[in-house]
Write a protein that binds this ligand. Structure first.
Ligand code: NAP
Ligand code: ZN
Ligand code: ZN
Length: 349
């Protein structure tokens, strides 16, 4: 076993504490990664607080992992010691079902293995990236292009791919009008990526507080959803709306902003059901859809796209002692625009 230092939460409302966790010894296709940076995703909070279902504690969250390969198993062919790599929300899947064969491992029909809070094929409870080391099978590791710094690469592994995948799937491109709801970690990546894909981007945020940022990130317009006039003015405007909001919001109001044949894709994952009136959809042949992260191949494609188009998240690097404070700020919609933990500050027990 390999001992890693980690920050774990020991209850649904507990603070983070320094601890140690065990990583499995390297199997033939495993790589050992020394983690340098780990992004903080709102999903870490939903999960750790038990909002999506019961959780075993202690829990080490973190599925936006960037680091360096320090050891490889005997049959590893894709990576070598010294490679700059990333790991996102999955560390394994069955690889045999129809969806895995299509490269959509996130939709594995036998259930993909989450990077944390899952049980892997070795029977071990997985623990995430708020830690110094992780062992992952090479097939679930991606390569970080040389011109993306490791701290900026980390958020791409979840916030990046989760927004890239639906933007690609629903054809964000020149001539398309895309709205992004919520300017947080996912939202700001959606704005940057949709802009880089050539779409005309509008931000729909609760207030106008972040308007300058939104326009700088690539949006051409920015509206406050707290102002009812926004919904009158923008009715029937968009080909695609990407909802990144972590809380329950009124889907019918946002569906009314779609043009004929438009799609509202939900990536936000509030625990409460989102209700939709039939008439919000049938009038303009609208679709209400969802999307979860992206497959490994598409994650690599997204990283290469970001390298080519110079797309990177806006990050605030914090020390491991600041995780609790960062979570509070995320919950207060006070994130600009992704917290990334500098793992070198982890400390030793
Ligand atoms: P985040 O950084 O906290 O951003 C969420 C944003 O939503 C906030 O910054 C805020 O933007 C807006 N918001 C928050 N509460 C709101 C409320 N009550 N009403 C209206 N707007 C509100 O979170 P994130 O890390 O981007 O994650 C967003 C959601 O996506 C979470 O639910 C997360 O679990 C989910 N997620 C899903 C996937 C997937 O695969 N589908 C992957 C990753 C994350 P404004 O201040 O601009 O209004
Ligand atoms: Zn995430
Ligand atoms: Zn599968």
């Amino acid at each position: 076993m390999i001992t890693a230092h980690a920050r774990a939460t020991f209850s649904s409302d507990g603070p983070f504490k320094l601890t140690t966790i065990e990583r499995r010894d390297l199997q033939a296709h495993d790589v050992l990664i020394e983690i340098q940076y780990a992004g903080i995703c709102h999903s870490d909070i939903h999960t750790a607080r038990g909002e999506w279902g019961p959780i075993n504690y202690p829990l080490v969250p973190g599925h936006e992992i960037a680091g360096i390969v320090t050891e490889v198993g005997s049959q590893v062919t894709k990576y070598a010691v010294g490679d700059r790599v990333g790991v996102g929300c999955m560390v394994d899947s069955c690889r045999e079902c129809d969806n895995c064969r299509k490269g959509e491992e996130q939709y594995c029909l036998n259930g993909m293995t989450g990077t944390y809070a899952a049980v892997d094929k070795y029977g071990q409870y997985t623990q995430g990236g708020y830690s110094t080391h992780i062992v992952v099978t090479e097939d679930f590791v991606v390569r970080i292009p040389d011109n993306i710094e490791l701290d900026a690469a980390a958020p791409l592994l979840c916030a990046g791919i989760t927004t890239y995948s639906p933007l690609r799937h629903w054809g964000a491109a020149p001539g398309k009008k895309v709205a992004v709801v919520g300017l947080g970690g996912l939202g700001h990546m959606a704005v940057k990526l949709a802009h880089a894909m050539g779409a005309d981007v509008t931000v729909l945020s609760q207030t106008l507080k972040k308007k300058e940022d939104g326009l700088r990130l690539g949006a051409s317009s920015y509206y406050a959803t707290s102002d009812p006039k926004t919904f009158e003015k923008l009715a029937g405007s968009f080909d695609l709306i990407v909802n990144t909001v972590s809380a329950k919001i009124d889907m019918n109001a946002y569906l009314s902003l779609l043009a004929l044949d438009g799609t509202l894709v939900n990536v936000g994952a509030p625990p409460e059901p989102l209700s939709v009136n039939a008439f919000s959809l049938i009038g303009q042949r609208r679709s209400f859809a969802g999307s979860m992260i992206g497959g490994i191949r598409e994650t690599q494609e997204m990283l290469d796209f970001c390298a080519e188009h110079h797309v990177a998240p806006e990050i605030e690097v914090i020390s491991a002692d600041q995780i609790d404070q960062a979570w509070k700020r995320i919950l207060a919609s006070d994130v600009r625009y992704r917290f990334v933990i500098d793992i070198s500050t982890m400390g030793n027990e």
